[in-house]
Design a protein around this ligand. Structure first.
Ligand code: FES
Length: 270
């Protein structure tokens, strides 16, 4: 017996079997829209990031572009160096942004939400629910290289460091070019909005939620961890939204600083 769509129906007492569907999908809605949008958005972020990492206009008092911070090479201008440090010597000829790229890139690449996004949008594995994937085999994240996705928790610790650095950059953006505190330019506002969204995204991480109170059997015995977990859980519900907002906020903040540094944006209170 078959349905009108050609799927076999199990008769009572018959052994259950998977539906043998020849069509790639029986979905009639626009299931391709979400992966297509994800593809375009992530691809634009990658293209921008590639350009930004090699762009040299990343610093203008008192702002530093987030993609190039912390600036840790001797090629960094004096005021751009993080806490005045420059542990990477002149032998390092690549742009300073590359030195620290691994932490934020690794954090987003191994993020549970982004994984879902790019598995669907780039690898079509599968492109959407109830849509067959083009690949013959499915091994999930059980072997190399995808088993490495499990190191996400360690990238989370690195992301905390990056968020602290960006917070420090936002604090320094409250000084004017002469070092006097109290400056509030458009760049200051943009950097602060970005750092708030970066913190919200970082703390909404699933690993963070597990770190705060995962494996606890008795919340009542750990009231502080329970409170932290409650807070993180609220953010966690918005993790997807925060992933997108923070991705665009960091891109906008980075671009803005570079435009000011290049003199393209040039108005009072820039
Ligand atoms: Fe998305 Fe950790 S799960 S950042």
């Amino acid at each position: 017996t078959q349905t009108t769509a050609g799927r076999p129906i199990n008769e009572p007492g018959q052994r259950k079997q998977r539906a043998q569907i020849t069509a790639r999908t029986l979905r009639t809605d626009r299931w391709w829209l979400a992966p297509a949008i994800t593809f375009a958005a992530l691809a634009s972020f990658l293209v921008y990031g590639f350009w930004a990492i090699f762009d040299k206009s990343y610093f203008v008092e008192p702002y530093i572009a987030p993609f190039s911070s912390p600036c840790l090479a001797t090629s960094c201008p004096e005021g751009a160096r993080f806490l005045g440090l420059a542990p990477f010597g002149d032998w390092w000829t690549l742009p300073p942004g590359i030195l620290i790229l691994g932490l934020p890139a690794g954090f987003r690449l191994t993020c549970y939400y982004y994984r879902k996004g790019y598995y669907r949008a780039f690898w079509l594995s599968p492109p959407a629910c109830s849509v067959a994937e083009p690949h013959k085999k499915y091994t999930g994240e059980t072997r190399l290289p995808l088993i490495l996705q499990n190191i996400h928790r360690y990238f989370f610790y690195g992301a905390i460091l990056i968020a602290l650095v960006l917070t420090w950059d936002a604090v320094l953006a409250l000084r004017d070019a002469n070092g006097n505190w109290g400056h509030v330019g458009l760049g200051t506002v943009i950097l602060w909005i970005n750092v708030v969204l970066i913190w919200a995204y970082t703390l909404s991480c699933h690993s963070c939620r597990h770190i705060t109170a995962g494996r606890l059997n008795h919340f009542s015995k750990h009231p502080v961890r329970y409170k932290m977990w409650t807070f993180v859980s609220k953010l966690n519900r918005r993790h997807m939204l925060l992933a997108w907002l923070s991705m665009y906020s960091v891109m906008i903040a980075d671009l803005y600083v570079r435009l000011v540094a290049k003199g393209i944006v040039n108005f009072p209170f820039a």
